[in-house]
Design a protein around this ligand. Structure first.
Ligand code: HEC
Ligand code: HEC
Length: 221
């Protein structure tokens, strides 16, 4: 299993990050990101805000998320590796510099809980524990799902469960115009689970304490 993960991680680094190589010259500026976030707050800064197209679920919390992951996610919406009509429309308007600035800004917003225990705040049912063990999810996302083993991996603990489920199903979906996620690591991870099993894992992971949150902002500060 370890070799499998190592192989998956290295292929992720090669396949997933090679196109971003040019972005390495970009120096992130969180202050500039704060201004650029004006076009994000209508969805990402409203607690409990629901997206209704192409699927109904809560808009993901991005404050306190890892910058490297946020930047990769934005780039994936832009290239179409991640399908989502609204986020694509937004991402195509962003330069590498904009994405780096926005990612730095959102990462720096204060995390929900200052210090999480290393163990998740609640234990899964034996059934869900078996699913999580089968997928070895904690090897990358961390034992409490908020301490990813690489900064380019997302924190998922306490994220909205309905969004986590949509994201997991997305990794199982290819060749669809409006939904689906192409990612060499997670496409392999979800392959051995039924949608019902993904839903149970999403519900549990969304229920533990996490570091992500929604930071409401005024447009006129
Ligand atoms: C109209 C509402 C809307 C606006 C405006 C919007 N987003 Fe989003 N965003 C969403 C939704 C819905 C998703 C979930 C998409 C999916 O299912 O992949 C999302 C997903 C994301 C993700 C992926 C989160 C994750 O956990 O993988 C990032 C990063 C993100 N948005 C950043 C931004 C930034 C930065 C802006 C402003 C430049 C912005 N968004 C503006 C609705 C919006
Ligand atoms: C080998 C490392 C690895 C393993 C093991 C792994 N993941 Fe992931 N996970 C990732 C990476 C990398 C991403 C980001 C993919 C992308 O950019 O779309 C991710 C993304 C996700 C997302 C989307 C988060 C978001 O905000 O959109 C969810 C949900 C998720 N993983 C859940 C799981 C679950 C549940 C398991 C176990 C069944 C698991 N992962 C196993 C590396 C891993």
């Amino acid at each position: 299993m370890r070799t499998l993960i190592a192989a998956a991680v290295s292929s992720f680094v090669l396949v997933g990050f090679a196109p971003l190589a040019s972005a390495q010259d970009v120096k992130a500026n969180a202050e500039a990101g704060a201004t650029k976030a004006a076009m994000c707050i209508g969805c990402h800064s409203i607690p409990g805000y629901q997206a209704s197209f192409p699927q109904v679920h809560k808009v993901p919390m991005i404050a306190g998320q890892n910058a490297a992951y946020l930047q990769a996610a934005l780039a994936a919406y832009k290239t179409g590796d991640r399908k989502h009509p609204t986020m694509k429309a937004i991402a195509v308007s962003l330069s590498d510099q904009d994405m780096a600035d926005l990612a730095a800004y959102y990462q720096a917003l204060p995390a929900a809980k200052p210090a999480l225990e290393a163990k998740p705040s609640q234990q899964p049912s034996p059934e869900v524990a078996a699913l999580i063990q089968k997928g070895n999810c904690i090897a990358c996302h961390g034992e409490n799902f908020s301490k990813p083993t690489d900064p380019s991996f997302p924190k998922i603990g306490g994220q909205h469960a309905d969004y986590l489920f949509v994201a997991l199903k997305g990794y199982q979906t290819q060749r669809n115009q409006v939904v689906g996620r192409a990612n060499p690591v997670m496409n392999g991870m979800v392959a051995n689970f039924t949608p019902e099993e993904l839903k149970r894992m999403a519900q549990y992971i969304g229920s533990v304490d996490g570091e992500l949150k929604v930071v409401p902002q005024s447009r006129f500060k």
